[in-house]
Design a protein. Structure first.
Length: 221
């Protein structure tokens, strides 16, 4: 079912929209916001994102636009739920979290692009490509900001900071998804601020990590 261009009252009577724009029609702008949000969330908690989206359609009556409906398939829900649990614990162990992030450089970014493009599955190919590029870029920015922060934290010998940081990321993902669904305009504003801060943080953290590794050979002599 194509939700783009439908009257809000008609949409409310037929399906429960994933985005709540209050008095704003569900149109291409809301689909673009959703695509951006999925790109951002893919770089942070990909498996949780896939599981939550699928569960919303299968159990909460939400309608996923475009080609996202496949996420509600029991097989997809089962695999994403299992990987969600694995990531939840792997993300909280020192150094294993960085190895997990390194491996997922090749998973989160293309997945973010694919999910964002799937939002526009009922639209033109040009829109699908554009949203795919946007989603992949946002996924990459979020992923590298996360990976950079973890690399810096792992220079500390105590494990508590890893657990606290991981729980903070869990809370950020949950809060971001709630805001995306219920307050999309607020989410877009927060996303713009996040992108600026992520660029600054990546640059600062990589300089910090580079200094740490440059000092180590000198300390052994």
């Amino acid at each position: 079912m194509d939700i783009a261009g439908l009257d809000p009252s008609t949409l409310a009577d037929s399906v429960k929209p994933l985005l709540d724009w209050r008095d704003v029609p569900v149109d291409l702008a809301s689909l673009a916001a959703l695509a951006a949000g999925l790109g951002w969330a893919s770089g942070l908690r990909l498996y949780a994102l896939v599981f939550v989206l699928g569960a919303l359609e299968r159990f909460a009556g939400a309608h996923l636009p475009g080609g996202l409906g496949v996420l509600a398939h029991p097989l997809v829900l089962g695999v994403s739920g299992l990987l969600l649990l694995v990531e939840f614990f792997a993300d909280k162990l020192p150094w294993l979290d960085s190895l997990w992030d390194a491996a997922h450089t090749f998973i989160r970014i293309p997945a973010g692009a694919a999910l964002a493009a799937a939002v526009m599955g009922d639209q033109s190919g040009a829109l699908q490509i554009a949203m795919g590029l946007l989603g992949g870029t946002l996924a990459a920015g979020t992923h590298f900001a996360k990976a950079s922060a973890r690399a810096a934290i792992n220079t500390s010998p105590e494990p508590v900071s890893n657990v606290v940081t991981s729980l903070g990321e869990d809370a950020l993902f949950a809060g971001g998804m709630w805001t995306l669904i219920h307050q999309p305009l607020l989410f877009l504003g927060a996303l713009a601020v996040f992108c600026v801060l992520a660029v600054v943080m990546i640059a600062m953290l990589w300089r910090f990590v580079a200094r740490i590794f440059r000092r180590r050979p000198q300390a052994t002599n």
